[in-house]
Design a protein around this ligand. Structure first.
Ligand code: PLP
Length: 419
């Protein structure tokens, strides 16, 4: 860091200011986490400088002996941790992993059945703004209006009516467990591939806190930087018979040289996630999210589906007559970082939204537990109810910000983590 400060003080200060921001507030974005110093060390390493197109033992460049070892370790650890027959650790991101999975399983123009974006799905599951909606023919399933959980009857009806090539489950803002066995059954009925996008919850699977999709899915895609607590990146797990298609769909079809520093960091994170401390972490993430859900409910913010089984809560703010975008801005003023979120059948535009999404991965990594979660829910409630345009509201937001600072100083981010 001393070199960076000397050679590029502007960027050095961005890094320092960001560390202050992360440490100086509550980080409640459900897709974020704090990585260990070992993961960061691998990321900031000389492996960044190595070109290694291809796969271990089959590279298009010389000098790949060391990076081959890193990739073999990452692949081996992923296969063992998740009981998968094959792993590809090269995708640069979750979106890249999904592009490769589409390429491995289907052709442009094919029909894919996936969860609609406003109901919790991801852009790469068929949004018109994304390759998945432009190059494929997406059919969207939704949640049941009463339970707000996936309407499996609708999934089956749509599958029978449209005969999709691929059925996708796994979401961005869905707080409940997904019935992978039932999705498998439906996929088999219509002879479709089952792709599970486990980006959000693969870390909970690693820690044994939720059931694994691996035994049910043809392909599992994921990110490595959410609950899993690794470097920003993607990964694909699949059955042996699809291994070649998946590997070719990543390289050379959709990517060039792999990011070997990130792959080494994925190996580190996968090793960390294999330990017993990570199992405790993953279970605490879920307990903390459940406590947050109950606390938000007490504050008048209704948890969608009534609660959570995972690391995130989607809360409906309509009873408080505050929109998602307003709540996000108010929380920001109170040193609480979270994001607005559409709720099922949301009457608001996505840019406004009626809800917020709150996640427990970061605060759990910091060591907070149920007692702190109850306080965090109260602080969110106080912030969301405070109108910054009134003197009283602005004063209350400043008070909440002080309390947040006092709380997070007791649990500093990036303190030596037990892994
Ligand atoms: N899939 C799901 C379900 C996600 O939630 C996300 C990101 O949040 C992605 C894919 C994309 O991951 P990335 O941002 O790494 O491209």
């Amino acid at each position: 860091f001393a070199w960076l400060e000397r050679d590029d003080p502007e960027i050095a200060h961005v890094l320092l200011d960001e560390l202050d921001r992360q440490r100086g507030g509550l980080q409640l974005i459900a897709s974020e986490n704090f990585t260990s110093p070992s993961v960061l060390a691998a990321l900031g390493s000389t492996l960044n400088d190595k070109y290694a197109e291809g796969y271990p033992g089959r590279r298009y460049y010389g000098g790949c002996g060391q990076v081959d070892r890193a990739e073999e370790l990452a692949v081996d650890r992923a296969m063992r941790l998740f009981g998968a027959e094959h792993a590809n650790v090269q995708p640069h991101s979750g979106a890249s992993a999904n592009l490769a999975a589409f390429a491995a399983l289907s052709e442009p123009g094919d029909t894919v059945l996936a969860m609609e974006l406003p109901h919790g799905g991801h852009l790469t599951h068929g949004s018109r703004a994304n390759f998945s909606g432009k190059w494929f023919h997406p059919i969207g399933y939704r949640v049941d209006p009463d339970t707000e959980e996936i309407d499996y009857d609708e999934v089956r009806d749509l599958a029978l009516a449209h005969r999709p090539k691929v059925i996708i489950c796994g979401a961005t803002a869905y707080p409940r467990l997904i019935d992978f066995a039932l999705f498998r059954e439906i996929a088999d009925e219509v002879d479709a591939y089952l792709m599970v996008d486990a980006a959000h919850f693969i870390g909970l699977v690693a820690g044994g806190a939720v059931p694994s999709p691996v035994p049910h899915a043809d392909v599992v895609t994921c990110t490595t930087h959410k609950v899993l607590r690794g470097p920003r990146g993607g990964m694909i797990l699949c059955r042996e018979e699809l291994a070649q298609r998946v590997d070719k769909a990543v390289f050379p079809f959709s990517q060039g040289g792999p990011m070997m520093h990130a792959i080494a960091a994925k190996a580190v994170a996968l090793r960390e996630a294999s330990g017993s401390a990570f199992q405790g972490y993953a279970r605490q993430v879920v307990r903390n999210a459940r406590t947050l859900a109950a606390g938000l409910s007490d504050e008048g913010m209704r948890p969608v589906t009534g609660g959570t089984d995972t690391h995130l809560v989607v809360a409906d703010l309509r009873d408080l007559q505050v929109t998602g975008v307003e709540a996000e801005a108010r929380c920001d003023l109170a040193r609480i970082t979270l994001n607005k979120s559409a709720i099922p059948f949301d009457p608001q535009r996505p840019a406004v939204a009626s809800g917020i999404r709150v996640g427990s991965p970061c605060v759990t990594t910091q060591g907070m537990r149920e007692a702190e979660m109850r306080r965090v829910a109260e602080l969110i409630g106080a912030a969301v109810r405070s109108d910054p345009d009134s003197a009283v509201g602005a004063g209350r937001l400043a008070d909440v910000a002080d309390e947040v600072l006092e709380l997070v100083r007791r649990y500093p981010a990036y303190a030596q983590q037990e892994v």
